[in-house]
Design a protein around this ligand. Structure first.
Ligand code: ADP
Ligand code: MN
Ligand code: MN
Ligand code: MN
Length: 418
């Protein structure tokens, strides 16, 4: 009882901080109900560095590590839990034990047979639990199986792995551009936007911008960038995006299935950083539909060894024709809500029609000017949305471009459209 009274008075205190000065204001019960729990209880203690540092400075036992097991849930979002392990077991994926979780709580297993098995796939350093004794705590990317060893239907990594199996000689590289939108905790107001309204200037000044009137949330992107580098991810860059509050980072080039592992872990790290900053991150492909605002994608840059070698442009074109022949199959795994984004406007191509072009950001697939000039390099599939499953996207591209078929030639969009 005492506890609940304390919480209530804390909530009242927080609410009254916004009440007009000098007027006694008793919040009605409905006002209390409407208060967003996250806004009232922001978990700000996390940001009180003096408190946090007291505990962070406690040394870890040198023979033990903390391992954060991360997996993808039924909605494509990352979940995780921690265990203590002997330090000697944290060096390689095959020395890490398998683990399990309650799949009935993540929509991944029925309640009467709820155990899901986690198999470690990839180890990263844990940027959220650094230590200075020469030993690393770790993040462990896992995939999910039934106790009988069958991959769960939501285990898209297992599906993608099949496309890469036996194709190591191709040395396929992926560079994934992850766009995302930062919101206030109301989940409606992007950073830098007025509550309930729109920025007073249209798109134009925000992309790759600097200055308080243009760039919002840079500290968050920089923090996640550094955390990803610390973790050992191949994060290759970042930039402010066209819509205010929207940003991008790139992961890659990564080889084969590793692109999916790294991208999923980067999303997990982004979520954890946003938790620290108490900012809401959305991967929705069209977070703002009213007005003229760009959507968010996960452009996927691709090359095989032969595409990167002299004359590779011919291999690239053949791959693009194959992608064109399977356009709708690709769209089916390129992310939910993508139809709101792929409208043919705002640097996108229509969702219904496949196209490609050189340096053309209105095409489904783009060949960069350097690649054309050098006669080899890579291509960019601009269709995947920001919330797309990176395992499905890379696996599907791999399966399609490895097919032993000659797909019909597609004419490039002409330069006037570029
Ligand atoms: P954009 O001009 O479309 O915004 P970015 O610079 O954001 O391109 O992203 C390009 C991505 O492509 C980077 O992640 C980069 O590492 C990756 N990349 C570069 N070369 C290759 C290649 N040969 N194969 C695959 N990906 C590549
Ligand atoms: Mn980019
Ligand atoms: Mn971009
Ligand atoms: Mn791009």
């Amino acid at each position: 009882m005492k506890l609940s009274l304390t919480i209530l008075s804390a909530a009242l205190g927080a609410a009254s901080a916004f009440a007009p000065v000098g007027r006694r204001h008793v919040p009605s019960s409905s006002a209390l109900r409407m208060a967003n729990h996250l806004e009232v209880q922001t978990g700000k203690a996390q940001l009180d560095t003096a408190v946090v540092d007291r505990f962070n400075s406690l040394p870890y036992p040198p023979d033990k590590i903390l391992a954060e097991y991360v997996w993808v849930d039924a909605k494509g979002e990352c979940r995780s839990k921690t265990r203590t392990l002997p330090a000697s077991r944290g060096k390689a994926v095959d020395t890490l034990p398998r683990w399990n979780f309650d799949g009935s709580s993540t929509g991944q297993a029925p309640g009467d047979d709820s155990e899901v098995i986690l198999r470690p796939c990839r180890i990263f350093r844990d940027p959220f639990r650094p230590r200075n004794d020469g030993v690393d705590n770790i993040l462990v990317m896992c995939d999910t199986y039934t106790p009988a060893g069958v991959p769960l239907p939501t285990n898209s990594r297992a599906i993608a792995a099949k496309a890469f199996e036996g194709r190591e000689d191709e040395e396929v590289w992926f560079g994934l551009e992850q766009e995302f939108t930062l919101f206030n905790l109301d989940q409606r107001t992007p950073l830098g936007w007025p509550k309930g309204g729109f920025p007073n200037r249209p798109q134009g000044p925000y992309y790759c911008s600097a200055g308080p009137e243009n760039s919002y949330g840079r500290a968050i992107t920089d923090a996640m960038y550094r955390a990803c580098l610390y973790a050992g991810l191949d994060i290759s860059g970042t930039n402010g995006e066209v819509m205010p509050g929207q940003q991008e980072y790139q992961v890659g080039p990564c080889v084969g299935i590793d692109a999916g592992d790294q991208l999923q872990m980067s999303r997990y790290i982004l979520q954890r950083v946003c938790e620290e900053f108490q900012v809401y991150c959305s991967l929705h492909p069209k977070p703002i539909v009213d007005g003229d605002w760009n959507g968010a994608g996960m452009h996927t840059n691709v090359s095989t060894k032969s595409m990167r070698e002299p004359g590779g442009i011919e291999v690239i074109k053949k791959a693009i024709y194959k992608l064109g022949a399977r356009h709708q199959e690709h769209i089916a795994v390129y992310g939910e809500g993508n139809e709101l984004r792929l409208t043919g406007k705002f640097e996108t191509a229509s969702i219904d029609k496949f196209s490609f072009g050189v340096a053309n950001r209105g095409a489904s697939v783009r060949i960069g000017r350097d690649t054309e000039a050098e006669g080899c390099g890579y291509f960019e599939d601009r269709r995947p949305s920001s919330n797309a499953d990176p395992y499905l996207v890379t696996g599907k591209i791999m399966a399609t471009i490895m097919e032993d078929v000659d797909a019909p030639v597609i004419d490039a969009l002409n330069r006037a459209e570029a």
